[in-house]
Design a protein around this ligand. Structure first.
Ligand code: EPZ
Length: 432
């Protein structure tokens, strides 16, 4: 099994290029099958989750042609059936976008229930509420969710919770429904806006994405398009936090600084300098971080997908910090692993009380989920000694070449698959 082995203690320095947003890509790739005409997607991140969605689509007859590592041509003129049931799809959360896409286009979708990171209950009741309001019959049987409609009609939908997935899924079905749909209490995340821009580039009529109220006027058909996915807010934020925690100086290229404001604001409170230029953000740390308080919230609040990374950085900051998780109820599982590295963190319900320690100590740990896994990599980078991280398949679901990019910043990290390789790494870096 592949793992990362890290020799910590080296501040990160240099430049890193940020890739396309995973959570935008999953929705955009699925929606690309809502037309007969070819769709070309650029800046697609090459990670495990995007691969799973593309394979699932290929399985029902969608023609997938990889043009380069980061661009793909999708042709959905010959879809055979609307049932997607495979083991891989079961594991990813974003597979729920296949339901909205097929329901919108074919009025029929049967998809194995979505899985994803085990970070809480993660119900899909708001997706179902939206589909039902548009006139679909939705049922869940034997681990499959089925949505069928003879016709879809626009509706006024008030989401009970702000949900990224439900907002996007309802946009998909409503884009090809008859009449007007209004989504109230909609999610405002950058990838919701990116998704709406993409559907509009295919001929949809969506207004208000990025605000609480999204208005969709259904159109009869969508057409082909060429579209470039926005940069990944969370990949960028992860590198920003890694720069801060290792007391480094890192320049991120190809980002949208506006999307990173909540993260930049916290880093400034923690004593970092942030410089922003066009599509570039530089994080300069240089000294021990200050404590602060953080609460995760829907956009434009501090993202839940950055909660583990900032907790790791605060774990080695001076003083006591408090981190409150308000989106997912089970997102502190990694704290046990961090404690084994010497962190002093007490979790009570949805709050972590962090008493900063001088440094972490390397340990053999496992990644419990995607973002927590990335956070533990950051812990390893600033720890004294060697850290090995198992179960990196979780991390690879959502980060492309994390180890390669970190090495580019001077980190001592390798992806290895044998115990011998771990020993070789240790020998090579022992005296270093
Ligand atoms: C998306 O998950 C992301 N996943 C998550 O990223 C991210 O953490 C989350 O949005 C919040 O930003 C994908 O895009 C594939 P939600 P999603 O629906 O859509 C509750 C990562 O690491 N809720 O916005 O599942 C839910 O339980 C992953 O990249 C309902 O109650 O999140 C949660 O408390 C992890 N009923 C809150 O809403 C519903 O029907 C927000 O969830 C849907 C959600």
């Amino acid at each position: 099994m592949e793992k990362y082995v890290i020799k910590g203690g080296t501040p990160l320095f240099g430049e890193v290029e940020i890739g396309g947003a995973k959570n935008a890509a999953l929705a955009i790739l699925a929606a690309a099958m809502m037309t007969d005409e070819p769709v070309i997607i650029e800046n697609m991140p090459d990670e495990a989750d995007t691969g799973v969605i593309l394979e699932a689509m290929e399985g029902i007859g969608v023609e997938i042609r990889r043009l380069t590592r980061h661009s793909v041509r999708i042709g959905a003129a010959h879809v055979r059936d609307c049932t997607i049931d495979n083991e891989q799809v079961k594991k990813i959360r974003g597979s729920y976008y296949l339901i909205g896409a097929m329901l919108g286009r074919y009025r029929s979708a049967h998809v194995v229930l979505p899985g994803g990171c085990n970070i809480g209950l993660r119900p899909i009741d708001q997706h179902i509420k939206g589909f039902t309001a548009l006139g679909a019959r939705v049922s869940i049987e034997h681990g499959m969710i089925s949505a069928e409609a003879s016709r879809l009609t626009g509706s006024h939908i008030y989401l009970d919770v702000v949900s990224v997935g439900a907002t996007i899924n309802i946009m998909m079905a409503a884009a090809l429904a008859e009449g007007k749909t209004i989504i109230e209490n909609a999610a405002k995340e950058p990838h919701v806006v990116d998704f709406a821009n993409f559907l509009n580039s295919m001929g949809a009529n969506i207004k208000g994405a990025g605000t609480d109220v999204i208005r969709i006027r259904g159109v009869e058909r969508l057409h082909g398009a060429e579209y470039t996915i926005i940069p990944d807010q969370i990949e960028a934020g992860t590198f920003m936090m890694a720069a801060a925690a290792t007391k480094g100086d890192v320049t991120l290229r190809g980002v949208i600084p506006k999307h990173l404001e909540s993260i930049s604001a916290k880093l400034i409170e923690m004593g970092c300098q942030i410089r922003e230029m066009d599509d570039v953000v530089q994080v300069i740390a240089g000294r021990r971080l200050n404590h602060t308080h953080v609460k995760t919230l829907p956009y434009p609040g501090f993202p839940t997908d950055m909660q583990p990374q900032i907790t790791v950085a605060l774990g080695v900051a001076s003083g006591i910090s408090i981190v409150t998780e308000s989106i997912f109820e089970n997102r502190f599982k990694y704290v046990d692993e961090l404690t084994r590295m010497g962190a002093n963190i007490k979790v009570e319900g949805s709050t972590a009380i962090i008493e900063g320690v001088d440094r972490y100590t390397g340990a053999d740990i496992s990644a419990p989920d995607l973002r927590a896994g990335a956070a533990l990599v950051i812990a390893g980078l600033c720890a004294e000694g060697f850290t090995t991280i198992e179960d990196i398949r979780y991390i690879e679901r959502g980060y492309e070449d994390l180890d390669v990019k970190l090495r580019g910043l001077g980190a001592q990290i390798e992806r290895v698959d044998t115990e011998r390789a771990v020993q070789k790494f240790r020998l090579k870096h022992y005296a270093a």
